[in-house]
Write a protein that binds this ligand. Structure first.
Ligand code: BES
Ligand code: ZN
Length: 617
């Protein structure tokens, strides 16, 4: 093995040629522009056996005898490096540093004059954080195993050694080898299957001609089938889920047309969707050409399709224009949440979007409470300094970021703002930018407006500025009054609540005070038939009230939901609400023990993190 191990001091934030505090990517070194990826998915060992060739932008020039020897710094996390080879298959020197707890291990490769391709043969760890391997029992079909990737923000490096920074965009071609009973899919151009290298295997070949940040590399394999949604969109899911999914997401083409009207042509050819098993730790992930989705968005009545609007909108904001690093995450999520709401408004009307803003407002208030309003984690432009982005993930960049854009939109009028956004996309498409670049563009295109709305405060200060836009409607006022009046005995009648939409009910439930007495919990459950809701936003909001109220009749349902579903948006608040009473803390520990084996590592960490904050008892 050509790799030695030796500690090297870390110089985060000092090294000017390192544009990303979460990556060893060095601007001044050769750039890998294209990857040739071969991943053999070994389901028995739960390991990826990999071989990647990093194709450099240009061959390394003749080496100046007095100059420094050219090197290539790559990110790795838990990878076992077996060989590092140059263009002709000759071994290159390489050193794997000690691990940084967040960044992983730097792999420094010695380049030679003329090197234009670096090939690395390696194995990923069985507990690679970028993957979850599922046993057949953890899938809905129960017969075949499943694996999926989730690389944002900094987990590509646990599966592929590369320059793992959003500024280091790559195109790629990939060959995925899987057991022949499985179908492999990738966020890339269509997969073509051929016999694999060993008996009982198949290899799927993909190609990604558009340059993407490494966190958008994505794949999954399992018992997957697909249904057409439109000429350029299909849904992938396990056979038992695919029909319900096709019904739920039928609106996709209409959403695409709306988004294209706002942002310009869709740049990624196809827009397919993949429904994952319920342990998927997010609601959705905007992997290009193939959005990954939690099955909890299949409510049965299309009431949670704002998640699709959101992930689709990332095709422009996030995937075309990408945050330069995790400190500028609001550029991805704030702009996408703003766009999501515009799509919802166009398709479902102003009343619907006002409720969506109100739901987000409550989420924002909860996040301020979690961190404290003065916390630097409530800034839009953050300064994580190499700290773990997963640990401080919150709704703040989404809801605060989107509100900042609404403020700009209201300041100049929708027409001018939309034109500004189209120029922004035109100018920065297929690049990765900072908050400061955004501000410079804003000042150039809409002079004076940033100053007028207080952009500096919005971007660099914690909390929510006084001039935050308000979203109001008569209906919203009514719902807030009803929910907020609960403590004073206000109880809507059965006739009154008939025909409430899911969003209306969610706004109401969010405003219901907690804890409640058992009889009030019972009343809520009966009036709104909450325990059996297929809409997980409603179900979880209800169970959060029940947990915070120590309401025992809900314990079994809480256990059931948390053992089944690993989506962090639900895991966090439910475990948090269970921290209020000795009996629910006991429940939490018991549920965690039952659920943890099926959870993604990120969800386990989220639950443990919340439980670590429980007071004793
Ligand atoms: N890109 C995010 C998910 C993400 C963020 C994964 C950071 C890893 C690190 C995705 O677009 C997202 O925001 N999903 C939301 C849904 C949305 C409607 C707010 C989610 O998962 O809940
Ligand atoms: Zn998003």
């Amino acid at each position: 093995m050509a790799v030695s191990s030796q500690p090297v001091p870390r110089v985060i934030g000092v090294d000017v040629s390192r544009p990303d505090p979460h990556s060893y990517f060095d601007d001044e070194q050769p750039r890998a522009r294209h990857l040739e990826l071969e991943l053999d998915l070994d389901f028995d060992a739960r390991r990826v056996v990999g071989r990647v060739t990093l194709v450099l932008e240009a061959a390394v020039p003749a080496i100046d005898p007095d100059g420094a020897l050219p090197v290539l710094d790559l990110d790795t996390d838990g990878l076992e490096i077996e060989a590092v080879l140059g263009d002709g298959g000759e071994r290159l020197g390489a050193v794997l540093d000690d691990a940084d707890p967040v960044l992983g291990r730097r792999l420094r490769v010695d380049l030679a004059a003329g090197t234009s391709r670096v090939t690395i043969e390696y194995r990923a760890a069985a507990d690679a954080i970028g993957l979850q391997w599922l046993s057949p029992e953890q899938t809905s079909g129960g017969v075949q195993p499943f694996v999926f990737s989730q690389f944002q923000a900094i987990h590509a490096r646990s599966v592929v050694p590369l320059q793992d920074s959003p500024g280091a965009r790559v195109t790629f071609e990939a060959a995925l080898t899987v057991p022949e009973s499985l179908v492999a899919v990738m966020g890339a151009g269509a997969g073509v299957a051929e016999p694999g290298p060993r008996a009982g295997t198949r290899t799927f070949r993909f190609e990604m001609p558009q340059a993407i940040p490494p966190y958008l590399i994505s794949f999954a394999a399992g018992d997957l089938v697909s249904r057409e949604l439109s000429e350029r969109s299909r849904i992938w899911a396990e056979p038992s889920v695919v029909e319900a999914a096709a019904y739920e997401f039928a609106e996709v083409e209409a959403m695409m047309a709306t988004a294209e009207g706002m942002f310009g042509a869709y740049d990624w050819d196809r827009y397919d969707l993949l429904v994952l098993p319920p342990s998927f730790p997010y609601g959705g992930m905007e992997n290009p050409r193939l959005t990954f989705l939690t099955p909890t968005v299949i409510a049965g009545d299309r009431s949670l399709t704002d998640v699709i609007a959101h992930e689709l909108a990332h095709s422009w904001t996030g995937n075309l224009i990408t945050n330069a690093n995790a400190d500028h995450f609001w550029l991805n999520e704030g702009a996408t949440t703003w766009a999501e709401r515009r799509i919802v408004e166009a398709l479902h009307g102003e009343e619907a979007v006002t409720l969506a803003w109100a739901i987000g407002e409550q989420g924002l208030a909860d996040a301020f409470e979690r961190f404290g309003v003065d916390s630097p984690f409530t800034r839009l432009r953050t300064d994580l300094g190499g700290g773990d982005p997963d640990a401080v993930y919150s709704i703040v960049p989404y809801e605060k970021g989107a509100r900042f854009l609404v403020l700009l939109e209201r300041a100049v009028g929708r027409e001018r703002f939309d034109a500004f956004l189209r120029r922004y996309i035109e100018r920065y498409r297929f690049s990765s930018i900072t908050t400061e670049e955004f501000v410079a563009f804003l000042d150039q295109e809409l002079p004076g407006v940033g100053g007028e709305v207080g952009a500096q405060e919005w971007l660099y200060e914690p909390g929510l500025p006084e001039n935050a836009p308000r979203f109001e409607s008569g209906r919203l006022e009514e719902l807030i009054a009803l929910g907020g009046g609960f403590g004073d005995g206000v109880r809507p009648s059965a006739e009154e609540v008939e025909g409430w939409s899911a969003s209306e009910l969610l706004v109401y439930l969010q405003r219901v005070p907690r804890p409640l007495a058992a009889e009030d919990c019972r009343w809520l459950d009966e009036r709104f038939e909450l325990m059996g809701r297929g809409n997980y936003e409603l179900l979880v909001e209800w169970l959060t009230i029940a947990a915070a109220s120590d309401y025992e009749p809900a314990f079994a349902r809480i256990r059931e939901v948390l053992v089944e579903v690993g989506r962090m948006k639900y895991v966090r608040p439910l475990f948090l609400a269970m921290g209020e009473h000795a009996r629910t803390r006991e429940l939490a520990r018991e549920v965690y023990a039952a659920a943890a084996p099926g959870y993604h590592e990120l969800s386990r960490r989220a639950a443990r993190d919340v439980m670590a904050g429980y007071s004793a008892g």
